[in-house]
Design a protein. Structure first.
Lengths: 317, 524
């Protein structure tokens, strides 16, 4: 177990270092965006004296490295600063949106992971059969259909024609189960549509890869049933790649949900970040970027840890 | 409205004061006059109900500060919560609101008598000090007001009595009542600097919740100064950026009112039994800009040739499905009281254009025309122009550039490109900001001394007939010599639930000139 702990500790250290580097990259990239918050706020009506006054008010006249250190210090002490476009603390803005995004991502994950795993494993168990081909056709079709089409068609059918669900998915802060389902049904369905297909394909590929290995051949020769071969022998060895595929798909659920957020008018964190870009609201933009990066690193780290722990080879070393 | 226009401005305002008093006394006819724009339906307004309204944009830059409002959602929100000194009616005339009477001397010194008994949402009475504060804050650079250049003409604003405010302008301006009716000049409480959370105003709805980029909720102000208004219990204002999502939300019954419906979606809305569209014929236009300080677009014959190459009828029919009004290369729309109806309509005449181009020695010239989704309809207009130009031997290449950054990086920076100008409340504001030789958005860099002189003279002119004559002359100048071509005025289209009554149009913008909250009720 010692080596495993060491391995995990090293991964965490690397993740922290990555985050630091990302903070530099995020800060410098956002600094080279043309225009700043003062110009964005004043728009067409800007005059040079008004821009200068507003810049001083927003603290944009300090040199870049000082602003970076100030920002980094704030981040480390848990204060990502003030939003430039509406003068409220960034933490408060994110605090309003992040829980909703997490709920959405959580619900989509809870729905899509079991479905994707089942599809992938069943396909792998029945490699080459009509069932496998049918599932492949469906999942490949799902990957190919863009999510704005899925979302728009879903709205047209379930909201405009049938009036079953709401075309908008705004919920009160403490929704009841009925409200929650009504508001989240279509966004969750749309998001699941995309990620299920990807995860199912990856799962199938990982399991199939294991099934062609000599040790599985051995198990077959020993007379194990197909279900036992896949579930007992192949799956534990495929867990690492599967976990990584799931982590990649899930990280998309948080930051990549922008199309779903736009179509359903869902007040999530992806649209918050898009607002921040349009308004050149750097503190907010940087905070959002750091959150996405953290979430991504955390998921990948979890997947790595899971792979290390679950892999029979590493476990018995 | 026609008799009123011939009246002296002061008499008009006085006459309306009388009507407003009559309304306060409960006269049904008086109420209809005092209201901004009543719907043609005769139904008696009903109290109660809740609606959700979706406007075109919403982001974390949403603001409760009227001085900073930039987009239709901001304007609609501000008009829910605040009232102005004056307000527009459906013909864009300024009617008395918080200012009960307005007098002037020489169009320079204006005296405003405030309505008595008006309360802010927190119960404090409206005083002259609130008005002075609301107007003067625009002049402070730190306020970051969108209308600072306009407010700079307030030389002095002071309280001359408990309910009286005096405004001294730097120069004569007969349009002050109209300027005060614009959203940016709505009245806030004295000393308000924090507009982040719940603010108070004197408007029809109290701010119950404000969540930037998500929604604004207003509840009925029981002490509103307009008798019997407002009608609804609650209004929720959200922003839905995606047009088809907005229309879907309307059709699915999730919202009862939306703005900025694409002409292509109109059939979907009208096909639904429970929904209708409201067309507002506005002064909004997308124009072809020919920079006068660049070559070859500065050549007068080139300018005229391009104006003859604009296929206005086709633009109106094909691009806007008929939801547009033919324009005549000058910015004052039909319906404005200073519109010069006698100006002959410039036709689509490729032969004339060919002749003019040949005369200028520009046949066979190759030019790039810049268009962007930022300027509504400009990409399609550019393609139409390209086809017409090819027929007369002018080789145009259309460069389509993204909306983000169009206004700062491309607009007015190329010899040939497109611009987009929003409706302005007065002819003076439009001409001063977009056509005066030194105007900040003089799109074509057009310089005409005669025009500048007329503009200044018209601003302070007391005689309405002379003033109309001057604005007419200015329209002729822009039509004949200006460096821009305006094919059509684009109509604003709102979609609404038929149960929503009292809805109409005020041509300063969609959502009933942003003041729907003051007028609508729900016929459940």
């Amino acid at each position: 177990m010692n080596t495993t702990t060491l391995l995990i500790a090293r991964r965490i250290g690397i993740a922290a270092l990555t985050l630091l580097l990302v903070s530099v990259v995020v800060f410098s990239i956002t600094s080279v965006l043309p225009g700043d918050a003062a110009q964005a706020a004043l728009g067409q009506s800007a005059t040079p004296e008004m821009i200068a006054a507003l810049r001083a008010q927003m603290g944009l006249d300090a040199p870049a490295y000082l602003r970076y250190l100030h920002w980094l210090g704030g981040l480390l002490s848990g204060n990502p600063g003030q939003s430039l476009s509406n003068n409220t603390p960034v933490a408060q803005l994110i605090g309003l949106r992040l829980p909703k995004s997490l709920w959405l991502a959580g619900a989509a994950a809870a729905l899509s992971v079991p479905i994707a795993l089942s599809i992938g494993i069943v396909s792998a168990m029945h490699r080459g059969s009509y069932l496998d081909r049918g599932l492949s056709l469906v999942t490949l079709g799902m990957v190919a259909v863009p999510e704005f089409l899925v979302a728009t068609v879903a709205v047209l059918i379930f909201a405009v024609k049938l009036h079953w669900l709401s075309a908008l998915s705004y919920t009160p802060d403490t929704p009841g189960l009925g409200q929650f389902l009504r508001a989240y049904a279509m966004p969750v369905m749309t998001l699941s549509f995309v990620v299920v297909a990807q995860m199912a394909r990856m799962t199938r590929a990982a399991v199939v890869d294991q099934v062609s290995r000599p040790y599985v051949e051995m198990a077959i020769l020993k007379g194990a049933s197909p279900a036992r071969i896949v579930l007992r022998h192949a799956l534990p060895n495929a867990a690492g790649p599967i976990a990584n595929a799931i982590a990649l798909s899930l990280s998309y659920l948080l930051g990549g949900a922008i199309i779903v957020e736009t179509i359903f008018n869902f007040p999530g964190i992806a649209s918050l970040m898009v607002d921040a870009v349009t308004n050149r609201d750097m503190p907010l933009l940087q905070a959002c970027a750091m959150i996405f990066c953290c979430a991504y690193l955390a998921l990948v780290l979890l997947a790595d840890v899971f792979a290390i722990i679950s892999s029979p080879k590493l476990r018995h070393r | 409205m026609i008799e009123k226009q011939s009246l002296h401005r002061r008499e008009v305002l006085r006459g309306l004061t009388a009507a407003a008093v009559a309304a306060a006394m409960g006269s049904g006819i008086g109420r209809a006059v005092a209201g901004a724009a009543e719907s043609p339906s005769n139904a008696v307004p009903r109290r109660g109900g809740r609606i959700r309204v979706a406007s075109v944009s919403s982001s974390t830059a949403d603001t409760l500060d009227p001085a900073k409002g930039a987009l239709s959602t901001d304007y609609a929100r501000a008009n829910m919560i605040y009232s102005g000194l004056t307000q527009f009616d459906s013909a864009l005339n300024a009617q008395p609101a918080l200012a009960e009477e307005i007098h002037d001397s020489g169009r320079v010194l204006w005296t405003l008598k405030l309505r008595k008994g008006v309360q802010f949402h927190d119960g404090k009475p409206l005083t002259a000090a609130d008005v002075v504060y609301s107007l003067m804050r625009h002049k402070t650079p730190g306020t970051a007001s969108k209308v600072k250049p306009i407010a700079d003409q307030f030389e002095e604003v002071k309280a001359t009595g408990p309910g009286e405010v005096q405004i001294r302008l730097t120069g004569a301006n007969a349009d002050l009542p109209a300027i005060l009716a614009t959203t940016h000049f709505l009245i806030v409480q004295e000393g308000t600097t924090d507009f982040r959370s719940r603010v108070v105003g004197t408007g029809p709805y109290k701010c119950k919740e404000f969540n930037p980029g998500v929604r604004t909720v207003g509840t009925r102000n029981p002490n509103y100064w307009k008798d019997g208004k407002p009608y609804l219990d609650e209004i929720e204002l959200v922003g839905i950026t995606d047009e088809s999502a907005r229309v879907n939300a309307l059709l699915s019954g999730d919202v009862q009112l939306v703005n900025a419906v694409d002409p292509r979606s109109i059939r979907r809305v009208t096909a639904s039994a429970g929904h209708a569209v409201q067309e507002t014929k506005s002064g909004l236009y997308t124009d072809l800009i020919m920079r006068q300080d660049m070559s070859p677009t500065g050549h007068p014959d080139f300018v005229l040739a391009m104006k003859y190459l604009l296929n206005r009828e086709l633009t109106r029919k094909a691009l806007f499905r008929g939801y547009a009004t033919l324009a005549n290369d000058q910015p004052i729309p039909p319906g404005n009281r200073y519109y010069l109806a006698d100006l002959p309509q410039r036709p689509y005449d490729p032969e004339r254009a060919r002749f003019l181009l040949k005369k200028a020695g520009l046949s066979g010239t190759r030019l790039v025309v810049y268009a962007s989704p930022a300027a509504e309809g400009s990409v399609d207009m550019a393609s139409l122009l390209q086809l017409s130009a090819a027929e007369v031997g002018l080789n145009l290449a259309v460069s389509r550039v993204p909306a983000d950054g169009y206004w700062s990086n491309h607009w007015m920076k190329h010899p040939l490109g497109f611009g987009n100008i929003n409706p302005r409340p007065t002819a003076d504001l439009l001409f001063s900001t977009c056509f005066k030789s030194d105007a900040p958005w003089n799109e074509s860099g057009w310089k005409n001394e005669q025009f500048d002189r007329l503009l200044l003279a018209a601003r302070g002119e007391a005689d309405e007939t002379k003033r109309k004559q001057m604005y007419g002359d200015m329209q002729v100048l822009v039509h004949e010599k200006g460096g821009i071509g305006i094919p059509v005025f684009i109509s604003l289209i709102d979609g609404y639930d038929r149960r929503l009554r009292g809805y109409g149009s005020i041509p300063i913008g969609g959502l009933m000139g942003y003041s729907f909250a003051d007028n609508v009720w729900l016929d459940a």
